[in-house]
Design a protein. Structure first.
Length: 87
């Protein structure tokens, strides 16, 4: 579930919970709205976690040998990006 899909579920659940006035026999619209909001919130948290985990895993820091007699070190940072979309 994408972040946009999660936000849409949260908005749809909020509309069903607080803005809809009609009732259906054997079906509580407000409960369905709350379920959609909780599911959207869970999807949003999972999407944000996944996004941060991918960004955190793609950066690699490697130390480099000293350059001169002062023994200063340089660090080179390589950023690898992996795209999972098919061509």
């Amino acid at each position: 579930m994408t972040i946009a899909g999660s936000i849409i579920l949260i908005m749809l659940g909020a509309i069903l919970t607080w803005a809809v006035e009609f009732t259906l026999a054997g079906l509580d619209i407000q409960v369905i709205g709350v379920i959609l909001m909780v599911g959207g919130l869970a999807g949003l948290l999972f999407g944000l976690y996944r996004l941060s985990a991918v960004r955190r895993a793609s950066t690699t820091v490697t130390p480099v040998a000293p350059v001169d007699e002062v023994h200063t070190t340089q660090r080179r940072v390589y950023e690898e990006r992996h795209y999972n979309d098919p061509i």
